[in-house]
Design a protein around this ligand. Structure first.
Ligand SMILES: Cc1ncc(COP(=O)(O)O)c(C=O)c1O
Length: 453
């Protein structure tokens, strides 16, 4: 019997004992090609000697010194590096330990900014349906995924949700991408005006969607209009690039491709690449300066923030991404992955949409391509794909609920930036039969449900 409170209490998990490049190896010696990099985390793979050596060396010098008394060298150097090539003005770095903490910090810092700038009435936060910003209460409240929110709804602070940018299901047949983006932007502005523009604090969005909407990309111009609207109403723009940031979409920051600079930029996953838990918020001068000149301190903080060994690991990861030209590698490998996915699944009767950018790709699975009808949630197609893929030695990231928060299944792929061309072949060769087997099972479950009715 295990004493670990596992995520799924009824499941027996394989024990991961070793990492080797893009592979995870379990206690029976079985190898899994890690096509999800954990959860879009392990961008350098699992055995990068330089990163491991940097962490070891830091542990010998100084593992940890609490940030309410000290700063430390790796934290300073990591912040210097992140500020040096961030979009203009994002030049202060608030450290956190993960994505949820980064989002919580951004939300609270936004509120403190309002107070420091004499706008205490600004308290409302707008986000998007189907979004995911983390599982802590504030981040969950910002998130718009009905399934994840449901049990905790009574504990969540009220937030306001507008439509996501989800062209596959929500762009109308006779609507151009530009018109679709404009419609979404108008919806945001209408919501801000309905709430009373001067009471709205921030709009938070994933630049490229992650876990709950499966790498849905913004249509061109959408975020530029969002930025204009936020500016017009004095609302802060928080971009959550916890999953899509730091090279994952083929740009160092996903917002670079959208030609917008947020006021707060949340980062995590690829920051420490799984070698250490790490998160951060890049903060624009117009947000941090009023704090510096006002009360002087952000009224927030966590015991392990700016952890010296974690920062040393993240610093080595970030140096590797830059010195090994891995953002360029993501673009190249991303094209190869896209080609393979389109070749293998482009005409698949149950793959409704293939979408993504860089090395963040999604297959949205549907019962019928023509109607885009999802599988019944009770058929648990996503879980079946995950299990069938693992049987074949592949980890991918299937999730439920993309269509409307409850219905819809998608498979997210986010392999390490160092994945090779033969490994991309292996990925699709394992994924295709896993999906087919899962679909056969899901159709059988659906049919037996119908027979029982
Ligand atoms: C966009 C986004 N924001 C926030 C989070 C939460 O990050 P964490 O699980 O590290 O708390 C995630 C995690 O998947 C995410 O994808």
């Amino acid at each position: 019997m295990t004493h670990v409170f596992h995520r799924d209490q009824r499941k027996a998990y394989p024990v991961a004992v070793r990492g080797e490049g893009c592979y995870l190896i379990d206690s029976h010696g079985k190898r899994y090609l890690d096509a999800a990099a954990g959860a879009a985390v392990s961008c350098l793979g699992h055995s990068d000697d330089e990163v491991i050596a940097a962490i070891e060396a830091q542990l010998r010098r100084l593992p940890y010194a609490v940030t309410s008394f000290f700063t430390n060298q790796p934290a300073e150097e990591l912040a210097d590096l992140l500020a040096s090539d961030a979009p203009e003005g994002l030049d202060r770095v608030w450290f956190a330990l993960d994505g949820s903490e980064a989002v919580e910090s951004a939300l609270k810092l936004a509120r403190q900014w309002a107070i420091e700038t004499g706008q205490p009435q600004r308290r409302r936060i707008v986000s998007r349906r189907q979004s995911y910003h983390g599982n802590t209460l504030g981040a969950l409240a910002a998130g718009g995924n009905a399934f994840r929110r449901a049990p905790y709804e009574p504990l969540l602070v009220p937030m306001h949700h507008v439509s996501p940018c989800y062209a596959y299901r929500e762009q109308m047949a006779d609507e151009s991408e530009q018109a679709y983006g404009e419609r979404l932007a108008r919806e945001l502005e209408t919501e801000i005006e309905r709430l009373g523009g001067a009471t709205v604090l921030a709009f938070i969005a994933e630049t490229v969607a992650g876990a709950t909407l499966g790498s849905a990309c913004p249509v061109p111009g959408y975020f530029r209009r969002v930025r204009e609207i936020c500016n017009r109403h004095g609302v802060l723009l928080i971009l959550d690039e916890v999953m899509c940031g730091l090279g994952r979409t083929g740009h160092l920051h996903a917002c670079i491709a959208e030609d917008v600079v947020p006021d707060l930029l949340c980062l995590a996953k690829g920051l420490g690449a799984g070698y250490q838990p790490m998160g951060a918020v890049l903060v624009r001068r117009r947000v941090w300066e009023p704090v510096t000149q006002g009360s002087g301190a952000f009224q927030h903080g966590h015991t392990f923030m700016g952890h010296a060994a974690a920062c040393a690991g993240a610093l080595a990861v970030q140096r590797a991404i830059r010195s090994r030209s891995l953002v360029q590698a993501v673009r190249e490998r991303g094209k190869s992955l896209e080609e393979r996915l389109r070749t293998r699944f482009g005409a698949h009767p149950h793959v409704g949409d293939i979408r993504g950018r860089g090395l963040l790709w999604t297959l949205e699975l549907v019962r019928e391509r023509a109607t885009k009808e999802p599988f019944a949630p009770d058929a648990t197609l996503h879980a079946r794909v995950k299990a069938e893929a693992m049987l074949r030695g592949l980890t991918c990231y299937p999730m439920p609920g993309c269509a409307d928060g409850r219905r819809g299944d998608h498979v997210l792929l986010a392999p390490p930036y160092v994945i090779s061309e033969p490994q991309l072949d292996e990925l699709v060769d394992k994924l295709a039969p896993a999906i087919d087997a899962a679909i056969v099972q899901a159709l059988t479950v659906e049919r037996s449900g119908m027979d029982a009715e």
